[in-house]
Design a protein around this ligand. Structure first.
Ligand SMILES: Cc1cc2nc3c(=O)[nH]c(=O)nc-3n(C[C@H](O)[C@H](O)[C@H](O)COP(=O)(O)OP(=O)(O)OC[C@H]3O[C@@H](n4cnc5c(N)ncnc54)[C@H](O)[C@@H]3O)c2cc1C
Length: 387
């Protein structure tokens, strides 16, 4: 199925145009999780997009993930991020999967019957998302109890499982070790906070999650104890960055289209001319296009290099996400000016895009952290000194 990437992208485009687009306004207005769009993507065989072929997935890397999220993001940014987080979670599970985890999680993911998501962020460490404080406590029967609180869990309450970061609490150790585990949504002790009410990305269901002594077996540990930082830099960061950059690139493209359509039809009766005929407007559209296209080039360049395993290519992924956040916010901000009062209406598409775009800087790794990590890498400084 979808042996050629171009066929896969055509199918994503068709689902986005026919299913996802028609729900975009109500997803935002009612802060509704985009169930129909997500199910359509899974039914079409895209559940295992980032799962290797050997486990029944489609075996795609960061370039295709980014392009898929870009297409979806042109129609609905929330749907794009919700689907993207499922793909990041799937890639994490697949990277060091055991037979048990394959049967319980990966096979249903590839069959489109299981949604997963990422649950890393916590109030206590915020944008330093690699420093979990949620505890993993050993018990005498060999199982573990998970106790803590997570924040902003996208697909919260709708996924079937969550990839969760934790720190071990061992009586004889001076410092804990960071791990990734999987928690099934129906585990006793999983409790959701209030429904998500974001400024934008309102369909994300990015909710707070309390984990109240949730019991897991050692089969739910991903990789080995202490592997969390390995997952962060080898899987989570590259896949997270590319899903997000794709979603926001798509949003930027859609915003330019919205601005273009408006300035081409807005006409004054006093001179019978559209504002598109003004050189100032033409110049400004030219600047916006350059922002969009140079970001697109950086995203395509960095994902292609990353998938080829080129040394230091992750550095360019850092810049790609930071740049797309800057570009998309500039594009929609300028669009609000170019389009005048009609886009300032509560129900305008650009209004939704502006609110959705604002999350780009603060979704981890945040723009600030990415710029700092890039600088540290170039200057041979340790990446994770939290000052
Ligand atoms: C729509 C949405 C969806 C999300 N989905 C998920 C998800 O699915 N899973 C998940 O785990 N998380 C998710 N998050 C959380 C997100 O990834 C961030 O962890 C979170 O937004 C950080 O917010 P905070 O308020 O804790 O930021 P803070 O840590 O309080 O940071 C505030 C600002 O200060 C800056 N800052 C902080 N420390 C430093 C420093 N040392 N140097 C320079 N600047 C610094 C940050 O860059 C940021 O701009 C989501 C967030 C949003 C908004």
């Amino acid at each position: 199925m979808y042996s050629e990437t171009s066929k896969l992208l055509e199918k994503v485009e068709e689902i986005s145009r026919t299913v996802i687009a028609k729900n975009a306004v109500k997803t935002d207005k009612n802060a509704e999780w985009p169930e129909e769009g997500i199910r359509a993507l899974l039914s079409a065989g895209f559940g295992g997009l980032t799962v290797p072929l050997e486990y029944g997935g489609l075996g795609h890397g960061t370039e295709t993930l980014s392009k898929v999220c870009e297409i979806i993001g042109q129609y609905c940014a929330s749907t794009s991020i919700c689907y993207g987080m499922h793909c990041v979670g799937s890639a994490v599970i697949a990277s060091k999967v055991t037979r048990y985890q394959q049967e319980k999680y990966l096979t249903p993911i590839c069959e489109g019957k299981h949604i997963t998501s990422l649950s890393l962020s916590e109030v206590g460490s915020g944008s330093h998302f690699y420093l979990p404080q949620t505890k993993m406590i050993s018990t005498t029967d060999g199982s573990y109890l998970i106790d803590g609180a997570k924040s902003f869990v996208t697909n919260g309450g709708y996924a079937d499982s969550y990839v969760v970061s934790v720190v071990t609490e061992e009586p004889n150790q001076s410092s804990g070790r960071f791990n990734c585990i999987i928690i099934s949504a129906d585990s006793p002790g999983v409790e959701w906070g209030p429904v998500w009410a974001g400024l934008g990305m309102r369909g994300n269901s990015s909710r707070n999650l309390s984990l109240n002594n949730v019991k897991i077996s050692d089969q739910e540990i991903l990789g080995n104890i202490g592997d969390q930082i390995w997952y962060i830099f080898n899987i989570i960061t590259p896949y997270f960055l590319t899903a997000i950059t794709g979603a926001y690139l798509g949003l930027g493209r859609a915003a330019i289209e919205e601005i273009r359509a408006h300035v081409m039809q807005r006409k004054f009766s006093y001179n019978d001319k559209t504002i598109a005929s003004s050189s100032v407007i033409q110049h400004k559209i030219g600047v916006l296009w350059a922002k969009y296209v140079r970001t697109k080039a950086l995203i395509y360049y960095s994902t292609q290099r990353y998938d080829k395993g080129i040394e230091d290519s992750q550095l360019d992924l850092f810049s790609a996400k930071a740049e797309v956040a800057d570009s998309v916010i500039d594009i929609v901000n300028e669009g609000m000016t170019l389009c005048g009062g009609s886009m300032y209406r509560a129900d305008s598409n650009l209004n939704r895009m502006l609110r959705d775009a604002r999350a780009a800087h603060i979704m981890s790794p945040t723009t600030d952290m990415l710029r700092i990590w890039t600088g540290r890498s170039i200057l041979d400084q340790p990446l994770l000194t939290d000052t």
